[in-house]
Design a protein around this ligand. Sequence first.
Ligand SMILES: NC(=O)c1ccc[n+]([C@@H]2O[C@H](COP(=O)([O-])OP(=O)(O)OC[C@H]3O[C@@H](n4cnc5c(N)ncnc54)[C@H](O)[C@@H]3O)[C@@H](O)[C@H]2O)c1
Length: 302
Amino acid sequence: MRVLVTGGAGFIGSHLTQALLANGHEVAVVDNLSSGRVERVPAGVWFRRIDIAQEALDQLFADFSPQIIFHLAAQVDVAVSVQDPVRDAYTNILGSLNVLRCCEKYRAQRLIYSSSAAVYGEPVQLPVDEDHACRPRSPYGVSKYCFEVYLAASTLPHIILRYANVYGPGQELSRETGVITTFVRRAAAGQRLLVHGDGSQRRDFVYVADVVAANLRAMQVTENAVLNICTGVSTSLHEVLNILRDLVPEGIAVEYGPPRLGDIKDSVLCRKRAAAWLGWYPQVDLAQGLATTFAHIAARGS
Ligand SMILES: NC(=O)c1ccc[n+]([C@@H]2O[C@H](COP(=O)([O-])OP(=O)(O)OC[C@H]3O[C@@H](n4cnc5c(N)ncnc54)[C@H](O)[C@@H]3O)[C@@H](O)[C@H]2O)c1
């Protein structure tokens, strides 16, 4: 199929692009390289450096006529969204609407949207399933949810994938979403790790290859759906640190600081619906995923 990946030079998008190529699809990537890197776009891909909020996107749709669109391009930093909600909304709402407009104008078959567990806000009950109320607490959560609502109100066939905390090789440093990457990079460099809070906070960490597998399976689904993409396993930062201790024989130095304002204490998502709709189950547990990420970072320094 002809497949467009927005944000394909980014962390998850570049893994997805490689998998799509390996599966024999014709792939185009649009990315403004605000955080993505062009060298992550593999040979054989149509690459256009385009801001998704700009008119130029129209020409890409006219030239390439994508059938399926994986929409990943986003402002992904929660802290940036708090400091500058207009910048966040520019890409995550206006840019996304421009993608939706082009999909409708050029009669794309389906859009698969990378959304986030940030749409739920503070969980009322755990694990959080897809029927949980959406009360996002950050402008990032609001903008990701806002586009979900636009999609639901559109006639475009779509799948919404709400990711838990994604990690793996290729994630940029100092991202709000990248606590694992931050820990692994600092541990590999022999630097002190900073834990915000007492380390008892729990998260659902899902490995990037599993997220890619869920996206590929979503290509086969013909009805609209909202699906959590997660492990359903709740892991504390203490547990993450213990796995890292096994990986670094020289030991790791850990420092505890005050909790960050607005951080959710515990979060774990329910993956039953993704299992039922996609026949998808995460294959990589945290110990394996951390070991692979650590080996990658230690070998390449990035
Ligand atoms: N990483 C996670 O833990 C996580 C969790 C939940 C949801 N998500 C979602 O997954 C998607 C991908 O996230 P990621 O972690 O790979 O982030 P990323 O920052 O690595 O990738 C985003 C890409 O979008 C590009 N981009 C940003 N603004 C753009 C614009 N206006 N026009 C064109 N391109 C633009 C960036 O250059 C980058 O390559 C995002 O939609 C994000 O909201 C990620």
